[in-house]
Design a protein around this ligand. Structure first.
Ligand code: GN1
Ligand code: MG
Length: 365
């Protein structure tokens, strides 16, 4: 493996001699490695992009290049540090933004940003507030981005599209698991109309379409040692959609008192303190720019994305675990239950979530 990784890395325009290559992080989709170099040269992140999930890696890399180029200009104009406040894609020696190995696998490289922390869990409201500020800033940096972006995963946060996949998966019953999942399938079906009603607001333009990250869970954000957000990483899913996705997905991750795949459901709930803190940080950056319709649906977006996550984990379990990496056979079912417990907690606290959003928006408008 080591030699193979070295060979792959040699196709990229890296500075400095490679000292080591090691596995890094816990992504569910790609395989990630850190390439350490000797001397003053930067270290790098080398990733095998999952081509089963991203059917057009070149288009995805082009999206990332466009978006990071734009952010870099904004950072420079604001007097920031472009080497730390935005991801930098490192092209292959042939000028492409990726390399295809002899097995037909796609690889890409970015510069590793040193002296940073990526959290798997928000351990304090201060961190949640900073996280909200960070995503707010990310959206603000891209507010005037006008280039077209490829749809790297079709209908990624589009629940209408997810239901098409869902209906197919349930009918196919590829792993023969549907019969034992009556209760869980009921969780999805009982909320179908409500979720479609929300999505129709995006489809009819009531809720505007913007550039969104689409995967804003906490470990996709880099913090510096002072606890400030440096930049958003994992830009694979940057696309045009509703910015509510980024709020909702962050709330799904920052406010969970348990783990995304907790077996102990008594640990799982939505922390209102974390919700208030993240919302405060986020709206401090965005309240003035967001449309009223976005403010109105901000709290709901947390339920929407968490519901979608329940559906996606359950659908993958029904499909026989073909999408997410799993660590044990019923992992996707455990994730389904844990995310459903979180959804229930959000539903119970929803009036309060709406009140916090309203008051925080007023404070910053
Ligand atoms: C995946 O790749 P990673 O681990 O950052 C997934 C997200 C899910 C998340 C669940 C491209 O994110 O959509 O919300 O797992 N990414 C993709 O933790 O499907
Ligand atoms: Mg990630």
């Amino acid at each position: 493996m080591k030699n193979r990784l070295l060979e792959i890395a040699s196709h990229f325009a890296l500075e400095g001699a490679i000292a080591s290559i090691d596995s890094l992080g816990e992504g569910f989709i790609n395989d990630t490695f850190i390439v350490r170099t000797e001397g003053e040269a930067p270290d790098y992140i080398l990733q095998r992009k999952n081509k089963n999930i991203f059917p057009d890696v070149p288009a995805m890399m082009e999206n990332i290049r466009k978006v990071t180029d734009h952010i870099r200009r904004v950072v420079v104009a604001a007097g920031g540090d472009p080497r730390r406040e935005v991801m930098t894609v490192v092209p292959a020696t042939d000028g492409k933004l990726y390399h295809i190995d002899t097995d037909g696998e796609y690889w890409a490289v970015t510069i590793f940003i040193a002296d940073t922390i990526a959290y798997n869990k928000a351990d304090s409201p201060e961190l949640a507030r900073k996280g909200g500020e960070g995503i707010g800033k990310f959206q603000a940096q891209l507010a005037d981005f006008a280039e077209p972006l490829a749809e790297t995963i079709k209908g990624f946060h589009n629940i209408r599209h997810r239901f098409v996949q869902w209906d197919e998966a349930v009918a196919r019953d590829a792993a023969g698991r549907v019969a034992e999942l009556t209760e869980e399938i009921g969780w999805i079906e009982s909320r179908r109309e409500e979720m479609l009603a929300f999505w129709s607001k995006v489809e009819d333009g009531t809720i505007p379409t913007r550039v969104t990250h689409n995967d804003t869970k906490i470990n996709n954000i880099l913090f510096n040692k002072q606890g400030e957000v440096l930049c958003a990483i994992d830009l694979d899913t940057v696309m045009a959609s509703t910015s509510l996705n980024d709020f909702g997905d962050a709330i799904r991750s920052y406010t969970n008192t348990g783990d995304e795949d907790d077996r102990d459901l008594t640990r799982v709930s939505m922390s209102m303190e974390m919700f208030a803190a993240y919302t405060d940080g986020y709206l401090s950056q965005r309240a003035k720019q967001l449309a009223q319709s976005e403010i109105d649906y901000l709290a709901f977006s947390a339920r929407y994305i968490t519901y979608e996550q329940v559906l996606r984990f359950l659908m993958d379990y029904i499909d026989g675990d073909t999408y997410y990496k799993i660590k044990y056979p019923e992992h996707n079912l455990v994730r389904t239950h844990a995310q459903y417990a979180l959804l229930r907690s959000m539903e119970e606290q929803y009036p309060e979530m709406c009140r916090i959003v309203r008051e925080t928006a007023e404070k910053y408008r």
